[in-house]
Design a protein around this ligand. Structure first.
Ligand SMILES: Nc1ncnc2c1ncn2[C@@H]1O[C@H](COP(=O)(O)OP(=O)(O)OP(=O)(O)O)[C@@H](O)[C@H]1O
Length: 285
């Protein structure tokens, strides 16, 4: 597998009144042209890991790592100006709720056109053509009409697809999708997943798919990193998740609903404080 991104010993720290809080604690993994899931309960450090790659951790948070290499170049050594280029051109991020990412007072078309012209020298007509192409690429049925609409006129699923279209304009090699489908109903969720799937297969993109939904991740991704309390506690091929060894992963698996053998109630996960201090597992292939 050709490696796009290689992360070694990543920490995200927040100074608090009670001392330093380590949200991510020595995480290492690499990403190829694949669908890599990061799964774990709320607060386990999934989003902070995704944001740290793009150096999008807000002050006073601190990102440290031995390296975050994109094609062998350490992103931590780049200036903020160069990082803006990386964010715009090489790695894109899609968040859960498009409402926070789209400008409410600009039409979808103007936003897409502007996004294109930020990255490429293009006339307005060329940028408009590209915008229409991108809307078609994310299965928007009536792109001409959508170009003239405002974000509040879009349903959640359309908004999310428009965000993906926006992120695709610079043709990024890596897409980090943070809970991209959790606000969507099941059928729209399926559409958004199949768009991302196509991008990995057809464009050879690397996808980091962050979710708390182990079921979804195990069906959609190639590989899964399980995070607990800021660490990677297990790395599995998605189709071998049932063989997972770590008690936390087993607990997550055990709490999934099963249709063939319904249980009267969900199991209570007995947490072992030593997991917090266990060495991080490296998710290398
Ligand atoms: N500004 C901050 N100051 C202190 N702690 C923070 C700050 N921002 C985030 N954290 C903490 O970092 C930890 C990891 O957060 P993160 O958002 O990565 O979790 P997550 O696994 O993505 O959870 P969720 O699924 O709920 O989004 C959490 O315990 C969170 O409270």
């Amino acid at each position: 597998m050709s490696t796009l991104l290689d992360i070694e010993n990543l920490w995200v720290r927040f100074p608090t009144r009670n001392g330093i809080f380590d949200a991510v604690r020595g995480v290492s993994f690499s990403l190829g042209r694949e669908r890599l899931g990061i799964v774990g309960e709320s607060g386990s450090g999934k989003s902070m890991t995704g944001r740290a790659i793009l150096r999008l951790i807000r002050h006073p948070g601190i990102v440290e790592a031995d390296h975050i290499n994109l094609h062998g170049e350490n992103l931590l050594a780049k200036s903020e100006r160069d990082m803006r280029k990386v964010r715009g051109e090489q790695i894109s991020m899609v968040m859960q709720d498009p409402k926070f990412s789209l400008n409410p007072v600009m039409t979808i078309g103007d936003q897409l056109i502007e996004a294109h012209r930020l990255h490429a020298k293009a006339t307005k007509a060329e940028a408009r053509k590209k915008a229409l192409e991108m809307l078609e690429a994310v299965s928007i049925r009536d792109p001409e009409r959508v170009m003239g609409a405002y974000p509040h006129e879009m349903s959640g699923g359309m908004g999310q697809r428009i965000m993906i279209a926006m992120m695709l304009i610079p043709n990024p090699e890596i897409l980090i999708a943070d809970e991209p489908t959790s606000a969507l109903d099941v059928s729209v969720q399926g559409q958004v997943l199949s768009i991302m799937d196509r991008l990995v297969k057809e464009r050879g993109m690397g996808l980091i798919f962050i979710s708390h939904d182990l079921n979804l991740v195990s069906q959609f991704c190639d590989r899964v990193l399980i995070m607990y309390a800021g660490r990677i506690v297990e790395v599995c091929d998605a189709n071998r998740l049932h063989e997972a060894q770590h008690p936390y992963t087993r607990g997550l698996l055990g709490s999934l609903p099963r249709f063939d053998a319904p249980r009267p109630r969900l199991e209570v996960l007995q947490r072992d404080p030593s997991w917090r201090d266990a060495p991080s597992v490296e998710g290398r292939t």
